[in-house]
Structures are given as C-alpha cells and as structure tokens.
Design a protein around this ligand. Structure first.
Ligand code: PEP
Ligand code: MN
Length: 363
C-alpha cells in the first residue's frame, strides 16, 4: 500500500517537526460549548478541532451525542477560527453528512474498526461520493478495542482499496477485563509494529481514552512522543466537570496548554532505542497490572480470614497450601516459566496473606 498520509493537511508540519495536535471535546453538546472550547483552543494555536457528533456508548442511556444538528456548530468553528474540523463516523450516513458539512478529518472509532462490515460500508460510501475534494479528506483509524493488529490493518486495506490515501493511525489503548491503572491500557508494541510495517502512515496517540483520568494524560502523551508518535489527539472541554461524556478524562484548554509546554520533544535524530522504550513501557504497564492483581488477591485473602475467624477455622491449612503450590507450579511450567520461580513467588504471597489473616484488626 502507498499512502500520502494525513500530514499534508497541516501546512508546515514537516518543517517544524512539532507533533500534530488534535484537540476538542469528547462530544459536541451545545453550540456554546463547541464555540467556547474551539475559540480557547484556537488562541492556544491548535489547528485541528475534534468533537464527537455521534457517540458510540457501551450501554444505552449514556450521552449518544446530539447527532446531525451539531454539524453546523463545527462548520461555524471552521468559519470563525479557520481550524480544521474532525468528527467520528460510524456508518455511511455519518460520513455523507459530515463531508457535506465540510468536515476535514473523520475518525473511525475503536468499536467501529472492530466491525469489518461497518468499515467496508464507510469505504464504499466514500467511493460513491460525488465531490471533487473527497481526496482531501483525512481518515484516522483508531485501533480496534481488541489487540488484533491484523484487524486494524484490515481497516486500512478496506479504505485504501476504495481509493482513500490520506490516512493516519490512532493508538487509543485496548479494552481489558477488570480494573487496571488505565481505562484502556496501551500496548505500545502494537503501534510500534504497525509503524514498522507502515512507516509512511502517521501514528497518533489518544492519551485521553488510554488514561480515562486527566491526571495521567500528560504522562501517556509524553510516552507517545518518546516513542516518536507524529501527534496526539486529546479531549479538551471548556468545562470538563460538566461534560456529558468522559468528564473525568477531559482537560481544560489551559491544562492542554501546560501539557504542551511541558512536553519534551525528542531530538530530530532517529531514536535507536525506540524498541527498547516500547518494551520498557510494556513492562511498566504489566507491573501496574501485577500490583492491581496482588491488591485484589489480598482483598480476597482478607475476606477468607474473616470467614475463618467467624467459623473457628485455623489460618494455616497445610493441605490446601501444598495443593495450591503444586497446581500453580504445573500451570507455570505449562506457560514456560520455571516452577521453582513461581513457588518462590507464591510462598512470599502466602506469607503475606497469613500475616494479613493474623492481623489483630481482623480478630
Ligand atoms: C472518541 O474519540 O471520542 C472515541 C469514542 O474514541 P474510541 O473510539 O477510541 O473509544
Ligand atoms: Mn471520549
């Protein structure tokens, strides 16, 4: 595949080497909210404004976007500020309406990318569009919710085959089961592998949907810049506390300003450690998960301790402990780990559990 990339949309991007910044609210909620946020972002020098018009929600009842009636508000942003406007499209109808309203960049969301029928429908709709400037429209493809690089690439192939050349990839993390330090933990090795296979496609990071919490957005943004991502898509709202969706992860325009000022730019030299940085990030994330899991295990252990105490069962039960160690050692060995290593870890965990169950506060 040969791409022109998304970058030609931004004049001078290549010359300055600055990351491409796409910012704006999770959702367009009202004309006032859209215009207020856009005008503050414009003052900060942001040139691409994002706002979701149609919002895919995990469950019914959430804010599903105001729909089509928000498109004139985006158009107004473009007219007043000269910013490029971007929104999410999840089907053919969305695409047609967005393009008719002068949307410059559309993004295909993580849930839509996981559905090849929907991606194909969008590709076909673009192909059927009868307007000269359709080749100018940029398409950002978010990674699918699951860690399937081929599914992500498949979406690019569908758009490419339809004739779309102005493309960018967005890493927004992946769904995971249970509580983690992130809303959608990043898996840096996937965008890194994507970039290895398609170096001409600009890689953008969405630290907002990865983080789920505004306080860690800057850290994820910096990690992406360290990994040579071309840009960032960040959710910014003029009043995040009152946002109708993703309130906890949106920044104020001035928080975005501080984030951008604090970003350390990598040198223009190619980074020989890019792979090392990616792997280290992965270790950091796995360690976070280990800590989450250990904390949960201790909670369960504590509940067991209370039950034992209420029923007069002794804290230590050798038979159960022996069986636990043997079973886990076998599992570890099947997973390619040294059983002695896992025995050592389990014995330390068990020791801590016993200590917790004997804890005087429990008795
Ligand atoms: C969004 O960017 O508003 C969005 C819904 O993102 P994602 O598809 O990554 O969840
Ligand atoms: Mn959002």
């Amino acid at each position: 595949m040969k791409f022109t990339g998304l970058l030609p949309i931004i004049n001078g991007f290549d010359a300055t080497g600055e990351p491409l910044i796409i910012a704006g609210p999770c959702g367009a909620e009202s004309r006032e909210q859209v215009l207020a946020t856009a005008s503050e972002l414009h003052k900060e020098g942001i040139s691409i404004f994002r706002a979701g018009v149609w919002k895919p929600r995990t469950k019914p009842g959430g804010f599903e976007g105001v729909g089509e009636k928000a498109l004139p508000w985006l158009k107004e942003v473009k007219k007043i500020t000269g910013m490029h406007i971007a929104t999410e499209t999840a089907n053919a109808e969305h695409l047609k309406l967005a393009i008719r309203s002068g949307v410059d960049i559309v993004w295909i969301g993580a849930r839509t990318v996981a559905n090849p029928f929907a991606v194909q429908e969008i590709a076909d709709a673009w192909k059927e569009l009868d307007c000269d400037d359709k080749h100018e429209i940029g398409f950002l493809i978010k990674n699918p919710v699951n860690t399937d690089i081929e599914l992500w690439i498949g979406a690019f192939e569908r758009l490419y085959t339809a004739g779309i050349r102005r493309l960018g990839a967005v890493h927004r993390g992946f769904s995971s089961y249970g509580a983690t330090a992130y809303r959608n933990p990043p898996e840096w090795r996937i965008p890194i592998e994507f970039n290895r296979r398609f170096p001409e496609i600009p890689l953008i990071c969405d630290p907002s949907h990865i983080s789920g919490r505004r306080d860690i957005v800057p850290n994820i943004a910096q990690q992406a810049i360290n990994l040579n991502f071309s840009g960032l898509m960040i959710e910014v709202h003029c009043n995040p506390e009152r946002a109708l969706s993703d309130s906890e992860q949106q920044l104020t325009p001035s928080q975005l300003k501080s984030l951008l000022l604090s970003l350390k730019r990598p040198s223009n030299m190619p980074n020989p450690n890019i792979e090392l940085d990616g792997l280290r990030n992965e270790i950091d994330i796995l360690d976070d998960r280990l800590i989450d899991i250990l904390a949960k295990r201790m909670e369960v252990s504590r509940a067991i301790g209370i039950l034992k105490m209420k029923n007069g069962i002794p804290v230590i039960q050798n038979e159960r402990y022996r069986k636990l160690i043997t079973d886990r050692a076998e599992l570890a060995s099947d997973a390619g780990l040294d059983p002695a290593f896992i025995k050592k870890i389990l014995s330390v965990i068990h020791e801590e559990s016993v200590k917790l169950q004997l804890d005087s506060k429990l008795r």
